[in-house]
Design a protein around this ligand. Structure first.
Ligand code: GLV
Ligand code: GLV
Length: 328
């Protein structure tokens, strides 16, 4: 390689990461207000050795073709990497990395914020106050649902799911979980969580929080059938990936009272939101803020840039999601 490797950062990341990338690479970075338009990505990726991508950038065969055979690494600025065709990358010897661990607790906090906001009607209450409707304390004003001593159902018992479960202890909750694989008894004891098949969890939980990656198997895992199995007083929280929940079915469930409420940080067709949801008071909506704390976004930036630079130096980056690629 002559000179510094060329990298594309599809949207400016916190300074901590920019600095590392700029020290080692010739950096092209964009500051679009929205996501980087597809045609710009396809044009600007030409001749690039490494990419720092966001979860809103679809990195597929077309982008890899547009880049050229010198492309070595795609460092995603996210823990989830469903926006990247990893199999395609692996076939071409391209390393793919993510940012696990650093955002676990921050995302768990956000899931809890949504859960509590939905259960105790915080957003409705805020609107009520701002609209000048608060005239007096009233016995029946904005009654919600108790979180303490309720049953929390965690769907997906990875890092974030476990961190969400751990927080339930302070609320004296009973915790049940579902995942494709049951964890060890030791872990179940540590997190005070009991394994349940999904259908059973849906029927028993008062609050259900989703913490799965998006895959072919998890797409629409929660659809009409599953929503109908939930308790009428139950709440659904999704801070994982939008398409895991059938959003139209959820809107119907909230409108027709199959469940009591929901908290959503992610949507099926981000940044679009099912219009029916926007009309409903029993759902709290957030614009994909799971990892959005100053400290965590800075750590993610450092991590993504480190992954990128190590891969470009020919080393194995610490957060490689397709290790097969280095064995080739
Ligand atoms: C955020 O959704 C992430 O995957 O990091
Ligand atoms: C993601 O960090 C997960 O494993 O839950």
């Amino acid at each position: 390689m002559n000179g510094k490797p060329k990298v594309l950062i599809t949207n400016r990341i916190p300074e901590e990461g920019m600095r590392i990338a700029e020290e080692h690479c010739e950096v092209k970075v964009f500051d679009y207000e929205g996501a980087l338009p597809r045609e710009v990505l396809l044009r600007e990726v030409k001749g690039i050795d490494g990419i720092i991508s966001l979860l809103t950038d679809k990195i597929d065969a077309e982008v890899m073709d547009a880049a050229g055979p010198q492309l070595k690494v795609v460092a995603n600025y996210a823990v989830g990497f469903d926006n990247i065709d990893v199999e395609e990358a692996t076939g071409r010897g391209i390393m793919v990395t993510n940012t696990p661990g650093v955002l676990t607790d921050t995302t768990a906090d956000l899931a809890w914020a949504l859960l509590l906001a939905a259960a105790r009607r915080i957003v409705e209450g805020d609107k009520f106050v701002r609209q000048g409707k608060y005239k007096a304390w009233k016995p029946m004003l904005l009654l919600g649902t108790d979180v303490h001593h309720a049953t929390l159902g965690v769907v997906g018992f990875g890092r974030v799911g476990r961190a969400v479960a751990r927080r339930a202890t302070g609320f004296d909750m009973r915790v049940i979980y579902y995942d494709v694989q049951r964890v060890s008894e030791e872990l179940e004891r540590e997190f005070n969580a009991e394994y349940k098949p999904l259908d059973q969890l849906l029927q028993e939980a008062d609050f259900i929080s989703i913490h799965l990656p998006l895959t072919k198997e998890t797409r629409h895992l929660i659809s009409e059938r599953e929503l109908k199995m939930m308790k009428k007083e139950a709440y659904l929280v999704n801070s994982a990936r939008g398409p895991i929940v059938d959003e139209k079915a959820l809107a119907k469930a909230l409108k027709e009272g199959w469940i009591r409420g929901a908290g959503l940080d992610v949507f099926e067709h981000e940044p679009q939101v099912e219009p029916e949801l926007l009309e409903l008071d029993n759902v709290v909506l957030a614009p994909h803020l799971g990892s959005a704390s100053y400290a965590t976004r800075a750590k993610m930036a450092t991590m993504a840039a480190d992954n990128l630079v190590k891969a470009l130096k020919g080393e194995t980056p610490p957060n490689l999601v397709n290790p097969e690629v280095v064995k080739k």
